[in-house]
Design a protein around this ligand. Structure first.
Ligand code: DGY
Length: 317
């Protein structure tokens, strides 16, 4: 059971290699539909829009044996409950890393250079022409980038920032990569998130969404950021306390924010919609033809391996 429409080549391959049930009208599944799928299909291929809670995973009698998630993040799946039901869970890492890192750079550039605001001005017919003081932004090149999380995507952002923009990269990660990897990236470790926040001109979040990282960026931590600093988030919405972010942006204690994900997406805090110093994108991190096809093929690969009796490459639970 494939819960959403997937790019053509992925649906074609799914139909060729499996007795695949596709979602022709792309409607997001309800909890009842998800539970039905678990009762009637051998495998579920869900996405971030499917909330696989303990209640849904409690479906009886359970037929499914594997959940092959389409996406690298799997915080929408209660992996503890899945495990308790004997369900294997896989994700799709690697294939979307570059596009997601590009999206973080896009947010950084857009918010610092006021690109969304400028676009809106041109489209509104309100642009009166070039001017020496017109819509001045903040330089990105050479600034200090603070990464919270130096996993695959964090490292790809560090690479772009260092080599493309001559930025100094500092980071905190409780599970850092090997020292040789960090040295090759030229990234400087900091002992805590707080230290990164005090020093960075741009703070970019690249941690998974877990109970430990929920509201990691709360009012206190937002208060540690420099007045001229920008917050970038294309990881998961609930890493940021959105109400506290709105308050910080209103008070001007940070310079702006570039957001691709939201705490209650697709709902966005109404105050953010009114602010010029934020960039708001609709969860586009992996949204390229290349990534979205590769994610689907990777999920199918995990299913094939599992049903061939071998351990799937991307097992996360
Ligand atoms: C991911 O892969 O985690 C994207 O955010 C979509 O789920």
């Amino acid at each position: 059971m494939v819960t959403r429409r997937l790019p053509g080549p992925v649906e074609e391959q799914a139909a060729r290699e499996f007795d695949a049930r596709l979602n022709a009208d792309d409607h997001p599944f309800s909890a009842t539909e998800l539970a039905d799928a678990l009762r009637t299909a051998d495998a579920l291929l869900p996405t971030v829009t499917d909330r696989l809670t303990a209640q849904v995973l409690g479906a009886e009698p359970l037929k499914a044996r594997i959940i092959a998630n389409y996406g690298v993040g799997f915080n929408h799946i209660d992996t503890g409950a899945a495990k308790a039901r004997g369900l294997v869970v896989t994700n799709t890492p690697d294939v979307l890393t570059d596009d997601t890192a590009d999206d973080a750079m896009l947010l950084m550039l857009m918010v610092a250079r006021r690109a969304g605001e400028g676009e809106r001005q041109v489209r509104a017919g309100a642009w009166t022409g070039w001017g020496p003081t017109h819509m001045l932004g903040t330089r990105v090149s050479g600034k200090t980038l603070g990464l919270i999380g130096l996993g695959r995507i964090g490292r790809a952002v560090a690479h772009r920032a260092r080599h493309g923009f001559g930025m100094r990269v500092i980071f905190h990660d409780p599970y850092p990569p090997a020292p040789a990897v960090v040295a090759e990236l030229g990234a400087e470790p900091r002992a805590s998130v707080d230290e990164v926040l005090r020093e960075a001109d741009f703070v970019s979040l690249h941690s998974p969404a877990t109970p430990e990282t929920r509201h990691l960026m709360d009012a206190r931590r937002l208060g540690l950021m420099k007045r001229g600093a920008f917050l970038i988030n294309n990881a998961r919405g609930d890493i940021v306390d959105e109400a506290a972010l709105v308050a910080a942006l209103k008070r001007g204690t940070i310079a702006g924010a570039g957001l691709d994900v939201f705490e209650r997406e697709p709902a966005v805090s109404p105050e953010l919609l009114q602010m010029e110093h934020v960039v708001l994108l609709p969860h586009l991190g992996s949204a390229t033809h290349e990534s979205r096809v590769a994610m689907g093929l990777r999920a199918l690969d995990n299913l094939k391996t599992f049903f061939a009796g071998a351990p799937p490459r991307d097992r996360v639970a």
